[in-house]
Design a protein around this ligand. Structure first.
Ligand code: ZN
Length: 305
């Protein structure tokens, strides 16, 4: 057996001072891709190197203005071209046949919560359902563009869901995007124990969460997820800690999940993005995660688990 190993998305980055006609972020994408492949990760990302998860999209969405932070100043509508498609294609080209590449989209609630809304805009405030749905339409187009570019797994990031937003609206908005994706993944970091049953109602293939410092594994049961045909993205590497966990520690975490959820029901990844770590630590964490997942797979094959 073999676990699918992946990442949540962001990777430590730095903008290079380059000659004018060279993309200053190209090198950062190359580094992120190389590190993930060398660590042995199977399903990699472009590293989301161009900015935080809000600005990354807002800078290209008509209706936004980037001030100290992204502010909605006019009606939001989809840009003519995909926002992350160029970086996705570059990543695919760099990865060749060494790894698969996932697409990553920041969800509408998280986009809205990370933005300001100016008085000139047609929206009442950041939680205006009209704004949420307009953002969902933008990201549905992005999902289509990524799918056309060859992305099968596309992850929708909604960390805002664990902060107490209206999950009925959240479900509708996520599904508007997910219906354009072959393998839709929903990443919600933080403690989701209190909302997990609601998340199960959302029509996606994978629910991806943090497990190293939450109570999430306490509330998720194999019997709960199997009827929905949902896999769990099992975050088993702490991304808030700029210190590498040993293979043994990660192995133990994976064994716990295998016992509780079943090996066939989990994908292996870090808790969240790696952006805030040093590059050296980020790479080593991924390396140890891949080794640990191989060790556990071997234990299962040899009947030890
Ligand atoms: Zn996260």
């Amino acid at each position: 057996m073999k676990f699918i190993t992946t990442v949540v998305g962001s990777y430590p980055t730095h903008k290079l001072k380059n000659e004018e006609d060279v993309d200053p972020f190209r090198k950062a994408i190359e580094e992120a891709v190389r590190d993930q492949i060398e660590a042995g990760v199977q399903l990699i990302s472009d590293g989301q190197v161009r900015g935080d998860m809000i600005t990354l999209f807002a800078r290209k969405i008509p209706g936004y203005k980037i001030e100290r932070r992204p502010v909605v100043v006019d009606r939001i509508y989809p840009p003519k071209e995909g926002i992350t498609v160029e970086d996705y294609l570059l990543t695919k080209e760099l990865a060749g046949d060494k790894a698969d590449v996932k697409g990553i989209i920041t969800g509408p609630f998280t986009m809205a919560l990370g933005s300001g809304v100016s008085r000139e805009s047609p929206y009442r405030n950041i939680m205006d359902p009209e704004l949420i749905f307009d953002l969902a339409r933008v990201q549905a187009e992005e999902a289509k563009a990524l799918t056309r570019a060859g992305a099968e797994v596309i992850q929708i990031d909604e960390p805002a869901f664990s902060l107490g937003v209206d999950l009925e609206l959240g479900r509708e908005a996520v599904e508007m995007i997910a219906e354009n994706i072959k393998v839709p993944t929903l990443h919600v970091c933080g403690d989701v124990a209190h909302i997990f049953e609601k998340l199960l109602e959302i029509d996606v293939s994978i629910l991806d969460h943090e497990f190293t410092n939450t109570r999430n594994l306490d509330v998720i049961e194999r019997e709960m997820i199997e009827p929905y045909d949902i896999r769990i993205g099992y975050g088993c590497v702490n991304t808030k800690l700029n210190e590498v966990e040993s293979v043994e520690v990660i192995e133990k975490r994976i064994v716990e999940a295998v016992k509780k959820l079943g090996a066939e029901n989990i994908w292996i990844d870090p808790d969240c993005g790696l952006r805030l770590l040093s590059r050296e630590v980020a790479k080593k964490k991924l390396e140890n995660m891949v080794i640990a997942s191989k060790n556990v797979a071997k234990m299962i094959e040899e009947g030890e688990l």
